[in-house]
Design a protein around this ligand. Structure first.
Ligand SMILES: NC(=O)C1=CN([C@@H]2O[C@H](COP(=O)(O)OP(=O)(O)OC[C@H]3O[C@@H](n4cnc5c(N)ncnc54)[C@H](OP(=O)(O)O)[C@@H]3O)[C@@H](O)[C@H]2O)C=CC1
Ligand SMILES: CC(=O)[C@](C)(O)C(=O)O
Ligand SMILES: [Mg+2]
Ligand SMILES: [Mg+2]
Length: 328
């Protein structure tokens, strides 16, 4: 693990850092690095919806081409599926010896969608959390842990730059782990598919549907299977399984031990292994590339179907009653 004290000379002081993109990660990186005293540029399209937000935050916004021409460090925070086309058309031709090309996820380097010239550093600073929490925790004096990795070390100090970047982002307040583009890419894809996003939403929907189909009120099913999930996960976040199990009743803890492994059983574990192998052999990556090439037919269909699930309207009305800001 690396922490703030592990970074001596701030190798990024006086360097120009271009953040390409101003979305979930981009806005957080640009604002955190600027507030950490670095010289930040934001690269966006002329007609970008994000442009006004970046300008309102006092940031300098330029075209991608101009950012790459001017910056010492270029952090690519564009959607993974758009990075190759932007690299091919606006980044590669403007790269100069000694610059750094940086990523927050290794997809395009690991699956060789982008193959940078040998005269640049290529490294990664990948927060292990959503961009909006990268910003929120930084503003509270904390941060989101990150993974750092060096793919190409032309300057012989790529790792120092990665650590200085992670420090300015706020991640070294809580820790960074050195890894490889392969390990970050494969673990991040697996985690978001099998646990954090795909796994947890299907678990919540299955619980909600089981209760509603058995005749229980949908509001109770929503509170039990979705709303309370945050409260349980907060305890896991703060103190692991021990703190969560300390806080819940012994009845719940007994049920946890009795039933949990019936739900996530050996069949589920076998399927997780299959999902990981599809990430490792690029089956998933090729599906995602083809999905985007053909206009996202599956993605768009499922996205539309998901919005029709009864948990959506049940949740919207309950969150309004609870005056939760989430839907604004
Ligand atoms: N979301 C997350 O929390 C995490 C994301 N990551 C990684 O961070 C990277 C960025 O993801 P994320 O922040 O979610 O992306 P978002 O979709 O939230 O933001 C993408 C940004 O790129 C801009 N953009 C899109 N197309 C272009 C283009 N052709 N030229 C210039 N700018 C463009 C968009 O602006 P506009 O469309 O308005 O022009 C937007 O500002 C990815 O590699 C992702 O894997 C890593 C960890 C967590
Ligand atoms: C937020 C995060 O870490 C994810 C799930 O990997 C992503 O948004 O790609
Ligand atoms: Mg992730
Ligand atoms: Mg991810």
């Amino acid at each position: 693990m690396y922490y703030e004290n592990d970074v001596q000379a701030d190798v990024l002081k006086g360097k120009k850092i271009a953040i390409l993109g101003y979305g979930s990660q981009g806005h957080a990186h640009a604002l955190n690095l600027k507030e950490s005293g670095l010289d930040v540029l934001v690269g966006l399209r002329e007609d970008s919806n994000s442009r006004s937000k970046a300008l309102e935050s006092g940031l300098t916004v330029k075209s991608v081409d101009d950012c790459v021409k001017e910056a010492d460090v270029v952090m690519v925070l564009l959607p993974d599926e758009k990075q190759k086309e932007v690299y091919d058309s606006q980044i590669e031709k403007n790269l100069k010896p000694g610059q750094s090309l940086v990523f927050a996820h290794g997809f395009n380097i690991h699956y060789k969608q982008i193959v940078p010239p040998e005269f640049v550093d290529v490294f990664m600073v990948a927060p292990k959390g959503p961009g909006h929490l990268v910003r929120r925790t930084y503003e509270k004096g904390s941060g989101v842990p990150a993974l750092i990795a060096v793919h190409q070390d032309y300057s012989s100090n790529a790792k120092d730059k990665a650590l200085a970047y992670a420090k300015a982002l706020g991640s070294l307040r809580v820790g960074a782990i050195e890894t490889s583009f392969k390990e970050e890419t494969e673990t991040d894809l697996f985690g978001e598919q099998a646990v954090l996003c795909g796994g947890v939403t299907e678990l919540i929907k299955a619980g909600f549907d089981t209760l509603v189909e058995a005749g229980y009120q949908s509001e109770i099913a929503y509170f039990e299977c979705l709303h309370e999930m945050k409260l349980i996960v907060d305890l896991l976040y703060e103190g692991g399984f021990e703190k969560m199990r300390y806080s819940i009743s012994d009845t719940a803890e007994y049920g946890d031990y009795r039933v949990g492994r019936r739900i996530v059983n050996q069949e589920v574990r076998n399927e997780m292994k299959k999902v990981l192998s599809e990430i490792q052999d690029a089956t998933f990556a090729n599906q995602w590339i083809e999905e985007n090439r053909t206009g996202r037919p599956f993605y768009n269909q499922v996205k539309a179907d998901e919005l029709k699930h009864p948990i959506v309207n049940t949740g919207k009305s309950l969150r309004t009653m609870m005056k939760l800001e989430g839907d604004k």
